[in-house]
Design a protein around this ligand. Structure first.
Ligand SMILES: Nc1nc2c(c(=O)[nH]1)N=C([C@H](O)[C@H](O)COP(=O)(O)OP(=O)(O)OP(=O)(O)O)CN2
Ligand SMILES: [Zn+2]
Length: 122
């Protein structure tokens, strides 16, 4: 199995729902996003998936979040826009993009240099 990972980022505002503390107030982050996909097959160029395509498709999804107030977006209606739920959103959207031979394994969302959450099917 080949595993590929790309890193990208977005910036947005949010406030956690049902949370008591600073993070219930409006604030923002520069989130770092790591996406891992797996494939058993390589194309004639020796690529599992072109990193350019993986970045482009991930960034297309992140554009839905970038410079937005996450709590206002349809996906987060009634769902707290935590790093966990952002990871699930990116995972589910990206999983719609690729054929069966390319499996999205993990999406990791870094909220700061020292705190991250990830989502995978396991
Ligand atoms: N499991 C999670 N815990 C928290 C999340 C989250 O998404 N998943 N999010 C937050 C808040 O968004 C908050 O902005 C982050 O708070 P905190 O970790 O305290 O960030 P700081 O920058 O203040 O970190 P320090 O290391 O204390 O400076 C909270 N928890
Ligand atoms: Zn936050």
């Amino acid at each position: 199995m080949y595993r590929l990972m790309i890193c990208t980022h977005f910036a947005a505002a949010h406030n956690l729902m049902n949370y008591q503390g600073d993070c219930e107030n409006l604030h923002g982050h520069n989130w770092k996003v790591e996406v891992t996909v797996a494939t058993r097959e390589l194309d004639k160029a020796g690529l599992g998936v072109d990193f350019k395509i993986l970045k482009k498709e991930t960034n297309r999804i992140l554009d839905l979040l970038d410079h937005k107030y996450l709590n206002d977006l349809p996906f987060f209606k009634g769902i707290s826009p935590s790093s966990e739920n952002i990871a699930r959103f990116v995972f589910e959207e990206l999983s719609k993009v690729f054929q069966e031979s390319v499996v999205v394994e993990n999406v990791r969302i870094w909220e700061s240099d020292n705190a991250c959450a990830s989502y995978s099917l396991d």
